[in-house]
Design a protein around this ligand. Structure first.
Ligand code: B12
Ligand code: SF4
Length: 481
């Protein structure tokens, strides 16, 4: 099983830390369906070099991202030339199945939990099909993720985890609707299964990669209750409306939430309607940041540049706002119309797509014709935003918006750690020592982020219609949400 990398991640000169954060969870999930007597190896080209010359397996499974599609096709072609059966699946393949099928024996459209076991059976019986299309969406009965295949020491965040799939919203630039076409587009594990998966993870730190961990309130409340008292510290992603929802964030913090990725996307209100980002419309973004900070949660804010309401001033305005709010880390993106998304269809209909060089669909390049500014202004402004937000002076200014000294120190250490010590990360990556930095991260999120326990009534939620208090390990255990 191979997760190919885009060129930048394999550079002999410099490798950004972001490629050594998370292991290939999707492939490790699929490996869970293999039999005990199947031999399997998992390779992540972001953190290791692939050697093609010495093996000829029965099956090669590849997960191409849009930015690694070219590399994926190259690898697939090489294996197929040797007569190896190649299977492709994941997001890019789902949005471009015919393109992918030219390089694979089998392609999977949509999530693989229903089709992958069928394929394995077909393969064992010598009749694998060329295409499998997912229709049934559930995480019930998911076998344990094969974490034994993951080379933990190569990742800063080996304990990444997903306990749901998809998201209840429908933003027009997001891959989500395209990937989940033809079935449910938001569903969770049972709470007990999620907590059991968490129990299997060593150490304290967790990173939930779920698109929207707060998307199903009842599930989220039960999960947070189950995490409370376990000593875990974790990071996750959530929407602005879920942060403002009364009570939910407090429960997450009690369960160990210390940093949240929030999709603010734009400081231009007019853009939100255009992008169908309805859950953000009319929300007070400053109140969102304040609420998170008041509860000791650091903010990783995500912004997209180049929406039709953006002009050349958008970069400075966005950075100024983020620094003023004391946001600790920010990720900026150039709007990218991923194939399969509503945004792509709109741009295509308007004849605004410039090319289909997937290598450049990396949110750092302009691949469409913007309206309020030129492509050059957009790329320059994007780079400037990163530079300006992560200047030491901006980091200090952001930190000084906080009243508590401990929070200021944490801000400086965290923001500086990500962006100012890239050469140190590079050394750790090269020497395979990156996991040694995890205790630092844990202590930044743990003791630094701790708040005195708040007194509040125990939360309740209903299970089969009866109100039950959720303690550790209770919950709607048999019910998928
Ligand atoms: C973690 C993550 C990363 C991590 C590491 C990824 C890793 N090691 O797996 C890092 C930070 C490195 C990263 C980088 C980037 N990422 Co990223 N990332 C994610 C994220 C948040 C979670 C991925 C994940 O683990 N999901 C959970 C697992 C269980 O799901 P899964 O991987 O999709 O696998 C399931 C199915 O897809 C399917 N499946 C997958 N492969 C196969 C194969 C077969 C044969 C079968 C049957 C099924 C199957 O079954 C799996 C089990 O359910 C996703 C968003 C998301 N929700 O998926 C974005 C996402 C995948 N990233 C995206 C992008 C664009 C990028 C970057 C370009 C961002 C950037 N500007 O740098 C880079 C490029 C990476 C590259 N190599 O090309 C896009 C991809 C768009 C696309 N169409 O390909 C996503 C969807 C986010 C988005 N913007 O919409 N990313
Ligand atoms: S809220 Fe996030 S994950 Fe959900 S549809 Fe919008 S962009 Fe996608």
């Amino acid at each position: 099983m191979i997760l190919p990398a885009l060129t930048e991640a394999t550079s002999p000169f410099f490798r950004p830390i972001k490629y050594s954060l998370f292991p290939p969870l999707g492939l490790a999930t699929l490996a869970g369906y293999l039999r005990d007597d199947d031999e399997v190896a998992l390779y992540d080209e972001h953190v290791e070099r692939l050697r093609l010359d010495d093996d000829r397996p029965d099956l090669v499974v590849i997960q191409p991202y849009i930015t690694s599609a070219r590399r994926s096709y190259e690898l697939a072609d090489a294996y197929r030339a040797r007569g190896v059966h190649v299977a492709f699946g994941g997001l890019h393949v789902t949005s471009r199945p015919d393109e992918a099928a030219a390089h694979a024996d089998t392609v999977f459209v949509g999530p693989g939990e229903d089709t992958w076991p069928v394929f394995l059976d077909d393969l064992r019986h010598g009749r694998p099909r060329a295409r499998y299309v997912s229709t049934e969406r559930t995480l019930t009965g998911l076998p344990p993720v094969r974490r034994d295949l993951i080379k933990r020491h190569r990742y800063l965040v080996p304990n990444s985890i997903v306990v749901s799939r998809g998201c209840p919203h429908h933003c027009d630039f997001c891959y989500k609707d395209a990937f989940f076409t033809g079935g449910r587009s938001f569903y969770t594990q049972t709470v007990d299964a999620a907590l059991a998966e968490i129990d299997r993870l060593p150490g304290r730190h967790l990173y939930f990669l779920d698109d929207h961990l707060f998307g199903n309130r009842r599930f989220a409340e039960a999960l947070f209750a189950g995490l409370t008292g376990t000593g875990r510290v974790w990071q996750a992603a959530g929407t602005v409306d879920s942060v403002l929802a009364p009570g939910l964030l407090e429960q997450a913090v009690d369960g160990g939430l210390r940093s949240l990725f929030v999709g603010f996307e734009t400081v231009n209100a007019a853009n939100l309607a255009g992008q169908r980002k309805r859950q953000n419309i009319g929300r007070d973004y400053a109140a969102v940041v304040r609420r998170l900070h008041d509860l000791g949660v650091m903010v990783n804010a995500s912004f997209v540049f180049g929406m039709d309401g953006d002009g050349p001033d958008v970069f400075e305005r966005t950075v100024a706002w983020a620094v003023e709010q004391g946001i600790e880390t920010a990720t900026f993106h150039i709007m990218t119309p991923y194939p399969g998304t509503a945004l792509y269809e709109r741009m295509s209909a308007q004849d605004r797509i410039l090319h289909h060089d997937w290598d450049l669909y990396d949110t750092r390049h302009v691949v469409y014709r913007p309206v309020g500014l030129t492509a050059r202004q957009l790329e320059d402004g994007y780079r400037r935003a990163y530079r300006d937000f992560y200047r030491w002076s901006a980091i200090w200014r952001g930190a000084w918006t906080k009243p508590v000294v401990r929070d200021r120190l944490r801000h400086v250490a965290y923001a500086g750690g990500w962006k100012k010590f890239e050469p140190l990360w590079d050394v750790l990556i090269r020497t395979g020592q990156v996991l040694h930095a995890l205790p630092v991260l844990e202590s930044l999120l743990g003791s630094f982020g701790a708040r005195p326990p708040r007194r509040r009534p125990r939360s309740t939620a209903t299970c089969s219609g009866t109100a039950v208090p959720y303690g550790r390990r209770s919950g709607c255990s048999t019910r998928p949400s």
